[in-house]
Design a protein around this ligand. Structure first.
Ligand SMILES: Nc1ncnc2c1ncn2[C@@H]1O[C@H](COP(=O)(O)OP(=O)(O)OP(=O)(O)O)[C@@H](O)[C@H]1O
Ligand SMILES: O=C([O-])CC(=O)C(=O)O
Ligand SMILES: [Ca+2]
Ligand SMILES: [Mn+2]
Length: 658
């Protein structure tokens, strides 16, 4: 480059008579040179192309002194134990005990014979030899994102790299969870579970579970290779759970790599036996002649065996939320509260929880450039404070925009999985407004893709508990301050309203009530979680808030969704403590305390009654929604919350009055 920044050719030192560089053919002359060499001078250290290719990849470097100290024998032992553990995980219950498993990609054929087959001498003689007992199952163990990308692109139709570097994939026929196909084994250990009306736990017996388990395991072992992830749940070391995920798709393995906590190499070396195992055979259906099965999809949890089987759905969220259900069972046993909430922390250590059903804003509002992100969806609140259960986020992508949600936008890069999005076939730019595959398009990315993620994902006791509702009726205020009884009333109600199918034009919104803002995932009766939440909020002086991220100025169809920018201002005022100091007035019917002013938010929208042009329609809609709340709460009237009945009575009184 010339000094002025313009590009120019470097003038060559030795020139021939015609001005061109002289070509030296004489070896001696070239060796003793001060003359210019050809840049490619050093030859490759390979005799053949195969050798050349073998130079490209080196063995992953041992990372720490711990591993170095293990020595070669210990390392070999550890590897053998790992393979035995995986073989045991994949064991058929009716034939030989564990399949022959071998680590590595079958496509890298040259490498496989070097690995000694796992010996089965400690097992009983096989009951029934089958072809599956003679073949090897290759184990792709905790692959890296780059390796999983290659697997997905090579072997899974519908896998593509988007222009931002994310892996686009299709989840198949199912683009959301299938709660009606979830089953939980009912046995002597599950008496304390919530069964019956309203409960998400539909029973199955142990035998049927084993039938489905065998079906999944046979399917997985029939494949040439399966993916195994060994990872953790819960950033609180005291309550950490070890999970193993066995799956048939690189998509599933990468999704869980992103969503669970990723072990360090040392943690992986000493992983041992998992506390819980998922068998994801989602490409393979369940057999509908099997007892308890009502479709070809079945998601089965067996708490005694610490196992979960997935048949007939490839939607990866089933694994995420299956593990969340497990935490809703395990954590309360330890006095730890599990929460379907987002969580973030201010610079001064003030923590906020964001409860809400799907699509109400947990991910959007907890991902806040001015605050540390602890997590977007699943948390625990123990005596130690709050901790994220997961290692990643799962953001809705529909209508995602760089301007409104920059941190989420930027997190969709190499390593992230985007499900069911539509992209330009040439540029691979994703069109986030396209609902051709589904409205529930999603991105799963490791939490550290958010620049201000708080790692480790733990924080002190919450100061604010924000209940989010996307009220498509447009009658709940944008924000209300709640007393403890109101917080419990709305926590147990778990309200949101969804907009019904949009294809035939405008439809009535439908109210959904989902206890604890996650009835699909809780294992015990809602009042058990509510009692612990009330106790913790009281003990740590947390304030409850109800935030409507839905409609204003009318119901869906006539009004419009509250601007995200306004909701963010409201949330800012909660975090800063400003809102606690505001003036409040009480609304009719719901008896909610609403502020008269918030910086950056037009005051006239703070009371929904002001925003409806048709006052009569407003009144009717308000009463209609209040009636739905009342009816829903009837199911909880016979339950006591906490140790005395005072709180129960207060909570009942905290609902709508009309
Ligand atoms: N005022 C608003 N407040 C919050 N979100 C809004 C608002 N207006 C529009 N949105 C959109 O609503 C969606 C909220 O979805 P989000 O992913 O945060 O849901 P979630 O509560 O995390 O659900 P899930 O549990 O299913 O992950 C986003 O797509 C967001 O852009
Ligand atoms: O589980 C899913 O598919 C997405 C999610 O977070 C929810 O529905 O709460
Ligand atoms: Ca979310
Ligand atoms: Mn969720």
């Amino acid at each position: 480059m010339a000094a002025n920044g313009e590009f120019s050719f470097r003038s060559s030192g030795v020139k021939g008579r015609n001005g061109l560089p002289k070509i030296h053919t004489d070896k001696k002359a070239a060796d003793e040179s001060d003359i210019c060499h050809d840049d490619s001078a050093t030859p490759v250290k390979a005799q053949t192309l195969d050798e050349l290719h073998s130079l490209q990849k080196k063995k992953s470097a041992p990372t720490t002194p711990i591993q170095a100290a293990l020595g070669e024998f210990a390392e070999e032992d550890r590897h053998k134990q790992q393979m035995q553990s995986i073989s045991a995980s994949l064991a058929s219950l009716t034939r030989e005990t564990g399949p022959k498993v071998v680590k590595g990609d079958p496509a890298r054929a040259a490498e496989t014979p070097r690995v000694a087959p796992v010996s089965h001498h400690h097992f009983e003689p096989t009951l029934d030899i089958s072809d599956s007992g003679l073949k090897f199952t290759h184990i792709l163990y905790n692959l890296s994102p780059a390796e999983l990308y290659e697997q997905a692109i090579k072997y899974e139709k519908g896998s593509f790299i988007t222009s931002s570097g994310a892996l686009a994939t299709l989840s198949g026929a199912k683009t959301g969870r299938s709660p009606r196909d979830k089953r939980v084994v009912k046995d002597e250990t599950t008496d304390d579970l919530w069964w019956g009306k309203g409960s998400p736990n539909i029973e199955m017996d142990e035998h049927t579970f084993l039938v489905n388990r065998e079906r999944a395991v046979d399917y997985l072992c029939s494949l040439e290779k399966v993916y195994v992830n060994d990872q953790f749940l819960n950033w609180d070391p005291e309550h950490r759970i070890k999970v193993r995920i066995v799956s048939a798709r690189a998509y599933h393995s990468l999704f869980m790599h992103n969503m669970c906590i990723r072990p360090t190499p040392e943690e992986l070396a000493s992983f041992g036996t998992p506390d819980f195992t998922i068998y994801n055979a989602g490409q393979f259906p369940c057999n509908r002649y099997t007892h308890y099965m009502t479709s070809s999809t079945s998601i089965d949890v067996n708490l005694s065996r610490r196992e979960m089987v997935i048949l007939g759905t490839q939607y990866a969220g089933e694994m995420k939320k299956g593990l969340f259900s497990l935490m809703h069972y395990l954590m309360p046993k330890r006095g730890v509260l599990s929460l379907h909430s987002g969580c973030n922390m201010g610079k001064d250590g003030d923590v906020a929880l964001f409860f809400g059903l799907s699509g109400t804003g947990k991910t959007t509002l907890s991902t806040d450039h001015n605050r540390y992100l602890i997590g977007d969806d699943e948390h625990c609140w123990s005596d130690n404070g709050v901790s994220n259960i997961e290692g990643g986020c799962y953001a809705k992508c529909i209508d995602l925009s760089r301007e409104k949600e920059p941190d989420i936008w930027n997190a969709i890069k190499f390593g992230a999985v985007v499900e069911n999005v539509v992209f330009d076939e040439h540029t691979r730019e994703v069109d986030y407004s396209d609902k051709s595959v589904t409205e529930n398009t999603r991105a799963a990315y490791p939490i550290e893709f958010i620049p201000n993620a708080k790692i480790p994902c733990v924080g002190p006791h919450p100061k604010n508990v924000i209940l989010l509702a996307c009220d498509a009726f447009g009658v709940l205020p944008p924000v209300s301050k709640l007393n403890l009884a109101q917080t419990m009333y709305h926590f147990i109600s778990g309200y949101t309203a969804l907009v019904a199918g949009t294809e035939d034009g405008i439809k009535e919104p439908t109210a959904t009530f989902s206890a604890c803002f996650g009835a699909a995932f809780i294992m015990l009766h809602p009042t058990k979680y509510a009692a612990v939440l009330a106790d913790k909020m009281q003990k740590h002086g947390a304030t409850g808030w109800l935030v409507n991220t839905g409609w204003s100025g009318g119901s869906y169809g006539s009004g419009s969704r509250i601007k995200l920018a306004y909701t963010r201002k409201i949330i800012d005022a909660i975090h800063s403590g400003e809102l606690l100091k505001a003036n409040y007035v009480k609304t009719d019917v719901f008896g909610l305390e609403i502020p008269t002013e918030i910086e950056g938010v037009p005051s006239e929208i703070l009371d929904p009654a002001n925003t409806w042009s048709n006052k009569k329609a407003h009144e009717e809609t308000l009463l209609k929604l209040a009636g739905l709340f009342k009816k829903n709460f009837e199911g909880f009237l016979n339950y006591k919350i906490g140790t005395d009945s005072n709180l129960t009575d207060e909570i009942l009184a905290a609902g709508p009055n009309f």
